[in-house]
Design a protein around this ligand. Structure first.
Ligand code: BG6
Length: 490
């Protein structure tokens, strides 16, 4: 179990408390934090949603969620009962001033300055402004009350600015916690440690030695029960704008001046702002969008995206991009980014391929060194390098791979990304949250691509469910003399 930093008693109000995210991630996350001793007994988790439920009925739903989403071995009746005592419910439409705000106010002690107040917005993002205004007008957003904004922050730069402006009227930037759960993943944070605590990596982290970087977030699931959201969003907005660009920023950033939140965020935003803009040529040559068609996941036949959706759609379920950071460190180094639903395997990883050595000393050619950072599952790293192959009597080389499994090395369980982030908001620690300028830089970079795709300026590629994606994405890498990493045994 990970070490915990105790937090002050808190009132954590969740808007959208009957939704999938609350049930799947937030409530189980709080339960695990309670098991870890981080949630004080006086804490209160207050669900709000429009459904007219009693507290008992909501606790019943919470119990069902815990049964479903926490591991059997962690389910303990007495602890579950202790947890449910923390859970309250108010039937409330957060976007409506005439809703039952009095009941919510009655649940939150008004005079206890030492309690932390957090409002978590897990609703549709277009409601964030109205909820923030109501919290202000109803005098609930007092003191240093914090607000956690779930992604996506908008669907483009203009809508993101609207959301940020309207929430920003009532909450100071330092109290706005924009969540990107990839930053809650230990292995994503681990990139900073790996890069800046090991001379062996720090010294070679540039175009002098690195040939290319690949960032992958592959999923086996389809759109699950979220077709309405997903079809509006697509893979570019759902995964690239936030999660994958955050990983890219951590791989690409300069050394931050310190580990203070703003120093790290300054370093990240410089990368995002330094991404080379797409132009009419590169939207075609440096980007591939695709949709899955019927195929096989293991032995199961699965329908294509359009069949699942039951209508025509131009929404992409696959994206592969070739990005470039315009900085001396990364001159001419392609960053290949891809994400998709219904690929062969669920895996998130970063693969760094190093330039080959120029020396021709040996009878066989030295292969490229490869560093793979496995974000999930099987969190760890692998390092593939050349070694003298002892089978031969000369200096012939062979490839050897060192693998490190972090869970085994550190004898710990990997918490779900949300656990840490939810409590970081209580602690008021913004390091793993997204600053407004990062959101803006990401949307700005994607704008020409979104426009080209909306104008159907580039074709939609297709790939079979259960495959590794469309040929067009393979061809894009071939043009860079590269290939996608598909041997996930590394
Ligand atoms: C979410 C996306 O942000 O991330 C989902 O909305 C996606 O579509 C999920 O499935 C992936 O997260 P993870 O942690 O499973 O890689």
């Amino acid at each position: 179990m990970s070490r915990t930093v105790t937090v002050k008693p808190f009132d954590y109000v969740i808007f959208g408390a009957t939704g999938d995210l609350t049930m799947r991630k937030l409530l189980p996350g709080f339960y695990y934090r309670m098991l870890a001793g981080q949630v004080p007994e006086e804490a209160r988790i207050i669900g709000t949603a429009r459904s007219p439920l009693t507290r008992d009925a909501y606790q019943g739903r919470a119990l069902e969620a815990l049964k479903k989403f926490i591991k059997k071995e962690d389910f303990d009746d007495a602890k579950i009962q202790r947890f449910l005592k923390l859970v309250h419910y108010v039937s409330l439409d957060g976007s409506k001033p005439e809703s039952d705000w009095n009941s919510l106010r009655a649940l939150i002690p008004q005079d206890k300055a030492d309690r932390v107040r957090v409002f978590y917005f897990a609703t549709a993002p277009n409601l964030y402004g109205a909820i923030a205004k109501n919290l202000h007008d109803k005098k609930l957003a007092v003191g240093d009350a914090r607000v956690v904004l779930e992604k996506p922050i908008g669907i483009d730069l203009a809508s993101a600015n609207d959301i940020n402006d309207s929430v920003g009227q009532y909450f100071k930037e330092e109290n706005i916690f924009r969540i990107d759960h990839y930053l809650g993943k230990e292995t994503v944070q681990g990139v900073i440690a790996l890069r800046f605590s090991n001379p062996m990596f720090e010294a070679v982290w540039s175009s002098d030695y690195i040939e290319s970087v690949q960032i992958t977030a592959a999923e086996t699931v389809g759109v699950e029960g979220r077709a309405a959201y997903y079809d509006e969003s697509g893979a570019l907005r759902d995964m690239i704008q936030n999660h994958l660009l955050q990983v890219l920023a951590l791989i690409g950033m300069e050394k931050p001046a310190s580990m203070a939140a703003d120093d790290v965020r300054d370093a990240k935003v410089a990368v995002l702002q330094g991404l080379k803009p797409f132009d009419s040529r590169t939207v075609a040559s440096h980007a591939v969008r695709g949709q899955y068609v019927a195929g096989k996941m293991g032995s199961e036949n699965v329908p294509g995206y359009l069949e699942e959706l039951g209508k025509e759609s131009q929404t992409e379920t696959y994206v592969a991009l070739c990005a470039e950071i315009d900085s001396p460190r990364w001159k001419n180094v392609p960053f290949f980014i891809r994400t998709a639903k219904r690929l062969e395997q669920k895996v998130s990883e970063v693969v760094i391929t190093f330039k080959p050595t120029e020396s021709r000393l040996f009878p066989t050619e030295a292969k490229r060194n490869v560093l793979a950072i496995r974000v999930q599952p099987d969190e760890g790293i692998s390092w593939t390098f050349n070694a003298k192959n002892p089978v031969h009597n000369d200096f012939s080389l062979g490839q050897a791979t060192m693998r490190v499994d972090f869970a085994q090395t550190f004898q710990t369980r990997y918490p779900d990304a949300y656990e840490r982030l939810m409590l970081d908001a209580v602690r008021g620690d913004p390091i793993l949250f997204i600053r407004r300028d990062e959101v803006e830089a990401a949307w700005t970079w994607l704008a020409p691509l979104m426009k080209a795709w909306a104008d159907k300026a580039t074709p939609m590629a297709h790939y079979k469910a259960g495959s590794w994606g469309p040929d067009e994405a393979r061809d894009m890498l071939k043009r860079h003399h590269a290939q996608w990493h598909e041997d996930m045994s590394l």
